[in-house]
Design a protein around this ligand. Structure first.
Ligand code: PMP
Length: 390
């Protein structure tokens, strides 16, 4: 009899290899005050996650509707709050109809897998978020991944297709590099070839466009029947959940057949209450999106001025490219040592050789905060030998 194989041995060996490459990840509970560090890592772009108005919205929703939505949206999981949120997200983005999901991840699975399928070509940008990549896989469509931002490749792929139907899918603002997709051009191409354009507004909603209506709205695409939007409630709206917005035909298709919608429990009422309160704040304080964008532009200018490699931000996300995972981890530690908590992204979240700091701006950042970050980034620049000032 041969000795039984240890089924965990290969997992331990793989973990050792990841450790060597600087690719282990740690789940450390954060303190409510970020251990006294300045938070420049979260996606709380408008600084609303502790806002008393959102907390009150969440508490009131939990008191009225309970701690869970109690069922899928088609059974008991649609409360008056969900219906109002469906409508208000559609109104904000200028869409005909909306449908709230329990996360942005599931909204992408629902939209892409629900609207594609065998016989429908999907054209996806190379840098799209992992939830879109997974949605493409789940769709069982033929998927063509095109180079980042290459509308010519999108046009050629659509023109040469054998499938009658097609979907073009893209992040609006890319989640790590922070750049914006050429949405008007993508729409022109998609329309010319009879394809639907699906735009993930996760990092654009609440930050880009008048009143934070998003990048598609800013590109003049609001209400176009062949444009479908997905979004998350977890970033600028400081709640949790997601949504798909689009023509009534799109929403009907997802309600009837979207597996990520049908088989998931409806969004927690407290999250719906917080998101509705966030929409009220956004309407009452229309300068918030512009303030978030201004802080991001200042952070990028600061990094570039220190000789660090960055990219002009379209919204609140500012990358600082360091190259190898260990260099990015070191830079993150240096920032923490200087009082700033920043994100550190390594493969597989970014391509090999593109490990980076991901710094997120927030509308509420003040001069003292920017001074703290300047100190941290100057130390990073010195450590990498890139500083223009030492
Ligand atoms: N799309 C993009 C571009 C994202 O960055 C994220 C979240 N990181 C999601 C979708 C998923 O949203 P959620 O966190 O609400 O599931």
């Amino acid at each position: 009899m041969t000795a039984a194989r240890d089924p965990l041995a290969r997992l331990r060996a793989a973990a050792d290899r990841r450790a060597e490459a600087g690719l282990r990840r740690t789940l450390r509970p954060r303190a409510a005050d970020h251990d006294g560090l300045l938070d420049l890592a979260s996606n709380d772009y408008l600084g609303l996650s502790r806002d008393p108005r959102l907390v009150a919205g969440a508490v009131a929703a939990a008191r009225a509707w309970g701690t869970g939505s109690t069922g899928s949206r088609l059974v008991t999981g649609t409360t008056a709050l969900h219906a109002e949120l469906d409508r208000r997200l559609a109104a904000l983005t200028g869409s005909a109809a909306g449908l709230v999901f329990s996360s942005g991840y599931l909204a992408n699975l629902g939209a892409v897998a629900g609207l594609a399928g065998p016989g429908v070509l999907v054209v996806s940008d190379q840098v799209n978020h992992a939830s879109i990549v997974d949605a493409c896989r789940l769709s069982r469509s033929r998927v063509v991944v095109v180079p980042h931002g290459d509308t010519g490749a999108v046009a050629q792929t659509l023109a040469e297709r054998e499938e009658e139907d097609a979907l073009v899918v893209t992040d609006a603002v890319f989640s790590v590099d922070g750049d914006v997709a050429p949405l008007a051009e993508l729409h022109r191409v998609a329309r010319a070839h009879g394809a639907l354009l699906v735009v993930d507004e996760a990092h654009a909603l609440g930050v880009v466009g008048d009143g934070g209506a998003g990048a598609a709205h800013a590109a003049g695409l609001a209400g176009e029947p062949d444009v479908v939007l997905t979004l998350t409630l977890s970033k600028s709206l400081a709640a949790q959940g997601g949504a798909v917005l689009g023509a009534p035909e799109v929403i009907d298709a997802l309600v009837d057949t979207g597996r990520a919608f049908i088989f998931d429990t409806g969004l927690n009422p407290a999250a719906a209450g917080a998101a509705l309160a966030a929409l009220d704040v956004l309407a009452a304080e229309p300068d918030l999106p512009g303030r978030a964008r201004d802080r991001a532009a200042r952070i990028a200018a600061m990094a570039a001025g220190l000789g660090l490699e960055t990219a002009p931000p379209a919204a609140a996300v500012v990358p600082v490219f360091l190259g190898e995972p260990h260099a990015a981890l070191d830079a993150q530690r240096i920032c923490a040592g200087h009082g700033a908590r920043v994100g550190c992204f390594r493969p597989p979240s970014v391509p090999k050789g593109r490990a980076c700091l991901r710094i997120t701006a927030r509308a509420t950042l003040g001069e003292a905060d920017l001074t703290t970050l300047h100190g941290a980034l100057a130390a990073v620049a010195r450590s990498t030998g890139r500083s223009l000032h030492t």
